[in-house]
Design a protein around this ligand. Structure first.
Ligand code: NAD
Length: 444
């Protein structure tokens, strides 16, 4: 039985899967509280229509699925997966899938809402969604991961679709997982519809319909924006020192793309620990090491440091590219950097934001700076729809144009409203949504 919780613009689900409602629906614990605090600040400043505000502060659909999967040893585990669809006013729901023990309804609700602001700000024709499975992927074999992914996709049924809701990679998910989702989804389609549906996920392997440049797109977008910021500040990136938290897809690509600009990576932290080297760490070499060992810990050309020493590193730029709630009342006072470029979603909480502002540490906020991923996902979706295949140079040039123009819109709002970059980003995104609601009205 499939149930969809709260629909104000939903779809009927059809295939089998065991979905239950979440009893805590609309109760707002931690991460979603951050979203509401950020929304309130921007909405007050811009005088957002209260009716539109009340729509946007709720999610459209929240899907919770408990699904059984057979393990290699014959046991059955019942796992919990989520898909939250926040808003599809501007286009199909869009957002990543995360496999992580921290995944719960509150986290996914917050991440889905941020996607709505991100797509509105980037000016791509999508809404916002997010999903995930509450698991520690390191506990499962590759064969188990495949069965988990396929069973979850099957249970989601028509709650995803190429013109309705399009997942993509996020933490602990990658092109391989997207290929399994694609294959499962296509296998349930009538034969004559299959090849009209390859855009049901983005971030696919190239041979399965992926786009060149999607793997590095989020990191590339962050780096394009750091370059814009540096231009505005008259700051020379050659020789600039930076630190990165998280050395997975996004963090490692940021570092590898900062290298040709002459910037120096002096400390890295991931789930296995933190390392530093004031003389500089080679990002390509470290990425090779992490591919073999699954973490930065033990890398010989850096010295191990603890979490607090990592945060206290004196550098020009800090790039959080791991988890949410990393820059808080406790940790924001420790930072000794000039710029925080948020590659992760939600790395700074509202108390952390206030401290950064008081300390005049500049910020490129997540919904702007990590939007490169969804922008190139949009390009992948377009290529699939048109049966086209774009060159990497074309993808990169289009990404740069789109993300820099979002940066310029936010910079103009910062100046006009005399506010901080996060609030200005929200105002630009919310203004677009407000305009569209006003044009269309509310049915009936
Ligand atoms: P990933 O799984 O490839 O990498 C995550 C990294 O974070 C790993 O290096 C891991 O060791 C590290 N990490 C996890 N927990 C940590 C902790 N407690 N302390 C320090 N390090 C920790 O994930 P990713 O795709 O690179 O995503 C990273 C962040 O970027 C997430 O917030 C994600 O939502 C965001 N993001 C990703 C994309 C994308 O295209 N993949 C797009 C937009 C935003």
């Amino acid at each position: 039985m499939v149930q969809v919780i709260s629909t104000h613009n939903g779809v009927n689900a059809s295939r089998s899967g065991n979905l239950t409602t979440d009893t805590k629906t609309q109760k707002q614990p931690s991460l979603y509280n951050n979203v509401v605090a950020q929304l309130d600040k921007a909405a007050d400043l811009m005088g957002l229509d209260p009716n539109i505000r009340s729509i946007l502060e709720k999610t459209a659909n929240e899907i919770v699925i408990h699904f059984p999967v057979r393990m290699d040893d014959g046991r059955i585990e019942v796992l919990t997966g989520y898909r939250v669809q926040h808003n599809n006013t501007l286009g199909p729901f869009k957002g990543g899938l995360r496999f992580h023990p921290s995944v719960d309804i509150d986290e996914v609700r917050a991440l889905a809402t941020w996607m709505t602001w991100k797509t509105a700000l980037a000016d791509v024709p999508f809404g916002g969604a997010k999903g995930g499975i509450q698991i520690d992927p390191s506990r499962y074999s590759a064969a188990e991961m495949e069965r988990i992914t396929r069973r979850f996709t099957f249970a989601l049924g028509n709650n995803i679709g190429p013109e309705y809701d399009i997942p993509a990679p996020d933490m602990n998910t990658n092109a391989q997982i997207m290929a399994w989702i694609l294959d499962t989804y296509l296998s349930t389609m009538p034969p004559h519809e299959r090849f009209r549906s390859t855009h049901v996920v983005t971030g696919k392997p190239i041979q399965s319909g992926g786009s060149l440049g999607r793997d590095k797109a989020t990191g590339q977008g962050v780096v394009y924006l750091i370059q814009e910021w540096a231009k505005d500040q008259n700051f020379n990136l050659k020789g600039a020192r930076y630190i990165v938290q998280g050395f997975g897809n996004v963090g490692s690509w940021v570092a590898r793309l900062m290298k040709p600009l002459g910037a120096k990576l002096i400390a890295v932290e991931d789930i296995t620990g933190a390392i530093s080297n004031p003389a500089g760490i080679d990002p390509d070499e470290l990425a090779e090491y992490v591919k073999r060992t699954r973490g930065v810990s033990g890398y010989k050309k850096g010295s191990p440091i603890d979490h607090e020493d990592f945060l206290r590193m004196e550098a020009d730029i800090f790039i959080p590219a791991a988890m949410e709630n990393q820059i808080t009342r406790e940790t924001a006072p420790l930072l000794r950097v000039r710029l925080v470029a948020e590659a992760a979603n939600g790395p700074t909480d509202p108390a952390g934001d206030e401290i950064l502002q008081a300390r005049r540490i500049e910020l490129l906020p997540d919904i702007l700076s990590n939007s490169g991923g969804v922008i190139v996902s949009y390009f992948e979706w377009l290529q699939n729809k048109r049966s086209e295949f774009w060159e990497l140079e074309e993808v990169d040039a289009k990404l740069r144009k789109k993300i820099v123009s979002a940066y310029q819109r936010v910079r103009a709002a910062v100046r006009e409203l005399d506010t901080d970059w996060r609030t200005a980003s929200y105002v630009v995104a919310l203004s677009r949504l407000e305009r569209v609601y006003n044009e269309r009205g509310i049915f009936p």
